[in-house]
Design a protein around this ligand. Sequence first.
Ligand code: ATP
Length: 238
Amino acid sequence: MTGEKAHLLDVRNLSVFYSGLQVLWDVSLAVNSGEIVTILGANGAGKTTLVQSIFGLVRERRGQVFFRETDITGLPPYEVVRQGISLVPEKRELFPKMTVIENLELGGFPRNETSAGYDEMFSLFPILGERKDQLAGTLSGGEQQMLAIARALMARPSMLILDEPSLGLSPLLVSTVLDAVGSLNKSGLSILLVEQNVQHALEISHRGYILENGRIIREGSAEELLNDDQIRAAYLGL
Ligand code: ATP
């Protein structure tokens, strides 16, 4: 060891395959404690594949994933949750025929977290408290996204991974959701974020990585990336 502080999440040379077809090549990235790190990339670049592999959902892979210096590469998702990582999946994946409370209850299950957590979630997202007995499938898009985040928080993670949390939301709700992500970070949660709303995502992030055709082609501080002409042209249309 060099005496440098270890990364919270440390992904080393991750390559991923679907039925033998390679979609990620030697991806290395890190999240330090207290950071928001954003992964940017066009559709099909491999962002969802990357976060799902970290979480143990895609298992045909090479390379290693460390969390708090523990090798979590081979662990199934429920064990990854116990290690302190929660995923808010793309398209939310709520249980639509279950109520808000029941969805939260399932989120708390891996850590035996029950009613104590509900009040915390309702103070974070008051609308969920007002609608706690409503079926998740009947919530608006924004409410569903808040529920997906709250469900993930019920496991009391030290790192949250969010896969396109603003997908399909109106501009106002995009701000609400991304501002909530920023607040969670300020309260101490480390975050790995996949987002298409590049400008807003970088504004709340510390650092970012750009994934192109399954490879990391660039990394830098959020400020560097926001001010880079090439990135502004390619991802911000400026
Ligand atoms: P988007 O922003 O559109 O969600 P993405 O950056 O998240 O895209 P991925 O969904 O990770 O990209 O897809 C990366 C590549 O892997 C794509 O070429 C996709 O077709 C392929 N792929 C994704 N899931 C599977 C699967 N289950 N089986 C086979 N190929 C897949």
